[in-house]
Design a protein around this ligand. Structure first.
Ligand code: GLC
Length: 810
């Protein structure tokens, strides 16, 4: 079943059936003010933090309730509905609804009994409040009088968890007031004029563009006993009774009446935010200008569309285009901004940035907004501890130079992280490399950045220390110890147990350091890193390869995980894909292990993280055993890993395979099987249940997932073959043989590239000829010294003009 489609021109996903199999959400706002909204107006808002700044309530794991509701009531008949299909939920034969999720806004249109409504929710660019703009039109032939009720359920206090569970306290600290055009909610108001005045908070819910006819600030009164959001007693009655809350549960509810002659429209605006009384008043006054919302929504669109426009691809596959041009890209920005803090699944409890997650998230936006990426790179570098390890969780109020760390009790108490993870700091290498290659900003290497706990260093030395950390934490055979976990949270290999995934990350880190050292003409470092890389390569060769595959790790007790004859978990995806990505596996071995992956792990929804799932033969630290088979890390299709297998196949030039993996797991390609997939067909989720599950194909943990960035990299760097390095850009597409041509418009270092790739003979990769502005690119000596010739698919940055016509014949 299909519930919607992509409107590529407007960069919207349009839901034309509101009874989606799960709430399909969108993100509005910025780090200052975040808002999540479903296609049925469910969701919540928060100031700065989903955990500590929760403004409105949402009941997780329930029926997508409550939300930002507007009820409409025909005052003649008493019949009422909502401007979103839910919560009133009129029969779909009578109620038509369209939801347009766009970049930073969500618009709901409804038609019910000749009344057409358009409701646009957005957070103005850079603002810390939200706007619900309602416009209704009388499509019938007789005059109508429509009562409009806006409703929001405030939390009793900003700490989400307290609001939900500590009712004996939170219910007794809040009050609401009516102030002519708005409901004002106060929290801890009694502290005004006391020493702890800072505890006082105020929120408002206001109405502009229409007169408030009645109001209510008390949830129980608004809903009525034994009524629900779908049938509030005050909406039934057509009037709000003016009750304000003093203790118990507050709300903001405002009522106005719009009279509509046939074919006439009327509009009004509801506003919500955490503001003082006078600020609220001023804001509402601004929105008396009814032209403001249109201008603000246009501004949002141009902000996002410009950013996303830095790469525009037109391939023969519309789903691919829609994801790369808009939705995967937008999701990358959302994960970049919100990390794993707030969604309909992440309830806001992870109050900080996971190190590895965020450093990986950065990779998803580098090609679109390198400046934004740079700021976060520096921030994350400043969360590296002086000895080279990284803080597993970086607090939102991170204070470089003064942080406690996993060695300190205080750190583990406040973050729940007792020790270091093996992979965290190693993610810096691909991320910093991608940033410098995209921008050419090599000066960053010499920039001095503080450590989390003490001291400061150049970024180059930070990277060296990350390597030191790994080399100082080696386990058996001299391979990197698994520590608290590696990328896989469910693998406790122990202090001396070792991780093969991390071994490949480290191998790759040496390679990146060699490139940087060469650039810096730092021959001592270049030599040292080359030596380490070779030495390490031999260890990997000797201990990580068994029969026909790379194993996953070796436990403290010398049990090798991922051997061919193991009864369970005998083949793992990541060590195979990373053997290729890291450059360790050559072409022949690369192809053979990826063929094995395809045979053993691939399914119709993507490649499993490992197989068979653990049931009876898990080792002690295999926490994945906790999950049902084919779920999450226990043999599920962990979608983040699809990006790596896509990239690995593309690096080997196998475009058919790369795109096969892409299509199996791409949300857009699953648009037609929404009832199987459940979650949004326009964004990635964390994992898909696989073959052991009775619900194979069902996906979970929407929006905030590393999948967004790894798949983006797999597609942009892998399939599309945009591979920048310090001096220019290599063009190495790995596409399905059936793509006869495609185009890309890319902004690269401030210059415009119009790229056309021709593939008349149906190749999967390769380059016969590349011309830049009419000139054929010849193989040329590497600007980095070595004397190794560059292939003809290389474009030196130095020859680029403001705008460039580039043609690659495959
Ligand atoms: C989750 C975590 C991430 C981890 C992954 C695999 O996505 O957020 O940090 O790498 O699971 O275990």
């Amino acid at each position: 079943m299909q519930y919607g489609y992509f409107d590529s021109k407007k960069r919207e996903y349009v839901i034309d059936r509101p009874d989606t199999p799960a709430p399909w959400a969108n993100y509005l706002g910025s780090p200052e003010y975040g808002a999540i909204i479903s296609n049925n107006a469910g969701g919540y808002s928060f100031v700065k933090s989903g955990a500590a700044g929760r403004l409105i309530r949402y009941r997780f794991n329930e029926q997508d309730r409550p939300g930002r509701y507007i009820y409409l009531r025909d005052d003649e008949s008493g019949d009422y509905w909502s401007a979103s299909w839910q919560p009133v939920g009129k029969p779909l034969e009578q109620y038509k609804s369209i939801c347009r999720h766009g970049t930073g806004y969500t618009q709901l249109e409804a038609d019910y009994k000749d009344i057409h409504s358009e409701l646009c929710y957005y957070v103005p660019h850079g603002a810390d409040y939200e706007v619900w703009r309602l416009k209704i039109t009388n499509k019938g032939s007789k005059a109508r009088k429509i009562s409009v009720f806006g409703f929001v359920e405030f939390t009793c206090e900003s700490f989400y968890e307290q609001d939900q569970v500590n009712l004996q306290y939170t219910q007794f600290i809040t009050r609401t007031y009516f102030k002519e055009k708005f409901i004002l909610q106060t929290i801890n108001e009694n502290c005004l004029n006391a020493v702890n005045e800072s505890r006082v908070e105020t929120r408002f819910f206001g109405l502009a563009g229409a007169k408030v006819e009645s109001y209510c600030g008390d949830r129980a009164k608004f809903l009525g006993n034994y009524h629900d959001y779908g049938n509030p007693v005050s909406v039934e009655n057509g009037k709000l009774d003016g009750t304000l809350n003093y203790n118990m549960n507050p709300c903001g509810a405002l009522h106005t009446t719009l009279e509509l002659a046939p074919s006439k429209s009327a509009e009004c605006v509801f506003l919500l935010g955490q503001k003082r009384e006078t600020q609220a008043k001023d804001l509402i006054a601004r929105y008396e200008d009814s032209t403001l919302p249109d201008r603000e929504v246009d501004e949002l669109k141009s902000y996002w569309h410009k950013k996303l426009g830095n790469l525009k691809v037109t391939t023969p596959d519309d789903n691919f285009n829609n994801m790369i041009n808009t939705w995967n890209a937008y999701q990358c920005f959302i994960t970049f901004i919100w990390s794993r803090a707030a969604s309909l699944i992440y309830c806001g409890q992870r109050n900080g940035y996971g190190y590895r997650d965020t450093v990986q998230d950065i990779q998803g936006i580098i090609h679109l907004d390198p400046d934004m990426a740079l700021e976060k790179i520096k921030f994350m570098i400043s969360a590296q501890v002086n000895h080279g390890g990284a803080l597993p969780l970086v607090k939102y109020n991170h204070n470089p130079g003064h942080e406690d760390k996993p060695e300190d009790d205080s750190y583990s108490k406040s973050t729940g992280h007792p020790s270091y993870r093996a992979d965290d700091a190693l993610w810096l290498f691909p991320t910093v490399w991608k940033y410098i290659a995209e921008t050419g900003n090599t000066a960053l290497l010499d920039e001095i950045i503080p450590y989390a706990d003490k001291g400061k260093d150049t970024l180059f030395n930070h990277l060296k220390k990350a390597i030191d950390f790994s080399l100082n934490h080696l386990g058996i055979h001299g391979l990197p110890a698994g520590l608290h976990a590696d990328w896989n949270d469910c693998l406790r290999l122990g202090a001396k147990g070792v991780s093969v995934f991390v071994a490949f990350q480290l191998y790759y880190a040496f390679e990146i350091m060699i490139r940087f050292a060469k650039f810096k003409k730092d021959s001592a470092t270049e030599k040292e890193m080359t030596k380490q890389k070779d030495r390490f390569g031999k260890i990997i060769e000797e201990h990580c390869w068994k029969d026909d595959r790379f194993v996953r790790g070796i436990t403290e007790n010398d049990v090798t995980v991922g051997k061919k004859d193991d009864p369970e978990a005998n083949i793992w995806l990541n060590p195979q894909s990373w053997a290729v990505i890291s450059g360790f596996a050559d072409d022949v071995r690369g192809k053979s292990i990826l063929d094995l992956v395809h045979k053993e792990l691939n399914t119709k929804y993507g490649a499993r993280i490992m197989s068979p799932a653990y049931r009876k033969h898990a080792f002690d630290g295999a926490l994945a055993l906790l999950f049902n088979p084919s779920t999450k890390e226990n043999g599920g299709i962990f979608l983040q890993t699809q990006g790596w297998i896509i990239l690995a196949e593309a690096l080997l030039g196998r475009g058919n395979r790369a795109v096969e993996y892409y299509l199996e797991s791409s949300p857009a390609a699953q648009n037609g099987i929404a009832d199987t997939r459940l979650v949004e067909p326009y964004v990635y989720s964390q994992f898909t249940e696989s073959v052991d599950s009775p619900f194979e194909g069902r996906s979970h943990v929407h929006w905030l997932t590393g999948t967004a960035s790894t798949v983006m990299v797999g597609c942009v760097e892998g399939i599309l073959g945009l591979r920048p390095d310090i001096d220019g850009l290599r063009l190495s597409p790995a596409i399905p043989a059936e793509w006869k041509s495609f185009t890309m418009e890319k902004v690269f270092r401030g210059k415009k590239l119009n790229i056309k790739v021709n593939n008349p003979d149906g190749h999967e990769s390769g380059c016969k000829k590349l011309t830049v502005n009419g000139e054929a690119m010849e193989p040329q000596p590497s600007p980095q010294g070595e004397g190794s010739p560059l292939e003809g698919n290389y474009i030196p940055a130095s020859i680029l003009k403001a705008e460039n016509e580039i043609i690659l014949d495959m």
